[in-house]
Design a protein around this ligand. Structure first.
Ligand code: ATP
Ligand code: MG
Length: 570
């Protein structure tokens, strides 16, 4: 349990005053010295090449959270410099996810809006003899670059004149060369121990249609030549990214300095890694394309849309991100911590209802046939605003959960078995008198006696029952499909092994129950969802559930968001 102590520690510190994280410390110091005139402008810069995941949620909560805390603002900037992988479908999903998480951006911007300006920046570098057109192939460039221990060497093109470079770069822009025929490189330092400074590529040729600029461009800036300059163009004050960009920071600073731009600054924090899942758009895309999940919003996915469909609330994700905080060292956060926050949230809001997932018939032999008694449900005091009282029909034939009956129960089994007594939730105490089996020895129904004086709320029976079970009147039960989810992978860190991460898919990650029974009150769930899209349910003893987006009044489908307790053993 590598992370259990983190979990326990977080739980214990819930009420304590939080100290500043290292980025807040920097910002407070910048504000106090009047740097950037005390202004705070952050940005969230996704590449629109997939759907956002919980790791992005961490970055969103951090960037928007900082702006909110310091009276600043946040730009949403689509880092769309690779026409081959990007699409407006992703742009729309990203906007939707950020809004759903509860954040509002100041400006919606696109790196592609800066293509002309970035092109001019490149010309400025060429004129300073800080960039050159290189005709070498990708392989040749890689060979000349050396390794961290072997210094790089010049290619034959490094010393082209400024005017030749200007001419060639313009010809690149005008489409005179094929993909890969030439690149523009910054002329920095081929011996630098930091490989990113060994004359990095800053422009490449790509004859492809861009989702926004169409065919206007056939050369595209590389990340390192686009990101910092885009920050500077927008006058971003604190540009926060993940640790793998630490070695890119000298480049970020180099271009801003040489081009004499607004002095945005980059800070790095540890990316979020979570156990039993993968967290990279590229890998999530493989799961979708290979049909291993149903789509980006499959409730097993760690995507924001998947978590939303599974029933996670924006508050639970924000609280999770807040509590894990930010660090300078990578670690792996246990998925159960996220589950802790959704339970905490849903405990206060979910309507308590009954559903039987694996039904067994119970016959109450001393209850008249054909009679329906309407029982009052208790209004659950834990639920803010109550959970809508409803009448529970009680009849002679009920559905109960198959595993609430055992023919040969062990000592401390507090539900039903021969001669055992148990309370039916909001109803009566019953005693089990016998059961019937089919030819295969499978129990088909059980027979019970109920005690009319033991009615919940006015129990004068003097009987004691240690357990309470859920139940549904068979005559009134509605059917529904119920989808139970488990971790997507069987390995704690599926993508750190030599094996393909996809071989660790958990075959039990989705279990579909086609014919579960739900109490009649839930028949309205689909209709209610129109007015109350955030309605969540606790199916007593079974977990928290939400209606799936594919459900209809004729075919109710519930997703289990999370079980009631942390069932983890690992
Ligand atoms: P992926 O590898 O999943 O595609 P990415 O870093 O390429 O991730 P971007 O769209 O470029 O994805 O990221 C947008 C922002 O989200 C970046 O600032 C990035 O650092 C941040 N981010 C991405 N993944 C994580 C993560 N796991 N934890 C925290 N921040 C993340
Ligand atoms: Mg990326």
């Amino acid at each position: 349990m590598p992370n259990f102590h983190i979990f326990a520690h977080l739980k214990n510190n819930m009420s304590e005053e939080k100290s500043l994280n290292f980025i807040e410390e920097i910002i407070e110091s910048d504000i106090s010295t009047g740097k950037y005139d005390g202004r705070v402008l952050t940005r969230f810069p996704p590449e629109p090449n997939g759907y956002l995941h919980i790791g992005h949620a961490k970055s969103i909560c951090l960037n928007f959270g900082l702006a909110l805390k310091y009276n600043g603002a946040t730009n949403l900037r689509f880092d769309d410099t690779n026409p081959l992988t990007e699409d407006t479908e992703y742009v729309e999903s990203i906007k939707n996810d950020v809004k759903w998480l509860g954040f509002t951006w100041q400006n919606e911007l696109y790196t592609s809006d800066y293509f002309e300006q970035l092109y001019q920046f490149a010309i400025s570098l060429i004129k300073q003899n800080l960039a050159y057109v290189d005709d070498s192939t990708a392989d040749e460039i890689a060979q000349h670059k050396g390794t961290p221990t072997i210094p790089g060497r010049e290619t034959p093109y490094r010393n082209r004149s400024v005017s030749e470079n200007l001419t060639l770069f313009e010809a690149m822009r005008n489409g005179q060369y094929a993909d890969g025929e030439k690149v523009l490189r910054a002329k920095i330092d081929l011996q630098n121990p930091n490989m990113h400074l060994r004359d990095p590529l800053i422009y490449r040729i790509k004859h492809a249609t861009h989702h926004r600029t169409g065919n206007t461009w056939c050369i595209y800036p590389m990340y390192d030549f686009a990101h910092g300059q885009s920050d500077a163009i927008e006058k971003i004050t604190h540009s926060v990214c993940t640790l793998e960009f630490t070695t890119h920071r000298p480049l970020y600073d180099f271009f801003i300095q040489k081009l004499n731009l607004f002095p945005s600054q980059q800070y790095e924090f540890a990316r979020l890694n979570m156990s039993y899942t993968v967290m990279s758009k590229r890998k999530l895309m493989q799961l979708v394309n290979d049909g291993l999940v149903n789509n980006w919003d499959d409730p097993r996915m760690p995507t924001i849309s998947g978590l939303r469909r599974r029933g996670f609330t924006p508050a639970s994700i924000r609280n999770f991100c807040e509590r894990i905080g930010i660090a300078k060292r990578e670690n792996v956060i246990d998925f159960s911590l996220l589950e802790f926050f959704i339970r905490e949230d849903l405990n206060k809001t979910a309507w308590r209802r009954m559903a039987v997932l694996d039904p067994l018939k119970m016959i109450i032999t001393n209850f008249p046939e054909g009679k329906t008694e309407l029982l009052e449900s208790e209004n659950n005091p834990e639920v803010e605003g109550g959970d809508g009282g409803r009448a529970l029909p009680f009849t002679r034939e009920l559905w109960i959960e198959r595993d609430d009956f055992m023919e040969e129960p062990p000592k401390k089994f507090f539900r039903l078995g021969p001669d055992l007594m148990c309370r039916l939730k909001s109803a009566y105490i019953v005693r089990c008198d016998g059961s019937a089996k089919d030819a295969n020895g499978v129990v088909t129904e059980i027979y019970c006696t109920y005690f009319p004086e033991s009615k919940s709320g006015s129990d004068t029976s003097g009987l004691k029952a240690k357990g309470t079970m859920h139940w549904i009147s068979a005559h009134h039960a509605q059917t529904a499909e119920i989808r139970l989810y488990d971790r997507l992978f069987t390995a704690e860190q599926p993508d750190t092994s030599d094996q393909d991460f996809k071989t660790f898919i958990n075959p039990q990650s989705l279990v579909v129950i086609k014919n579960a029974y739900i109490e009649p009150d839930l028949a309205n769930a689909a209709a209610q969802l129109v007015e109350h899209p955030d309605r969540r349910y606790q199916f007593i003893r079974k977990g928290y559930f939400c209606l799936d987006k594919d459900a209809s009044p004729q075919h109710l489908i519930f997703n289990r968001t999370v079980t009631l307790k942390d069932g983890w053993t690992g």
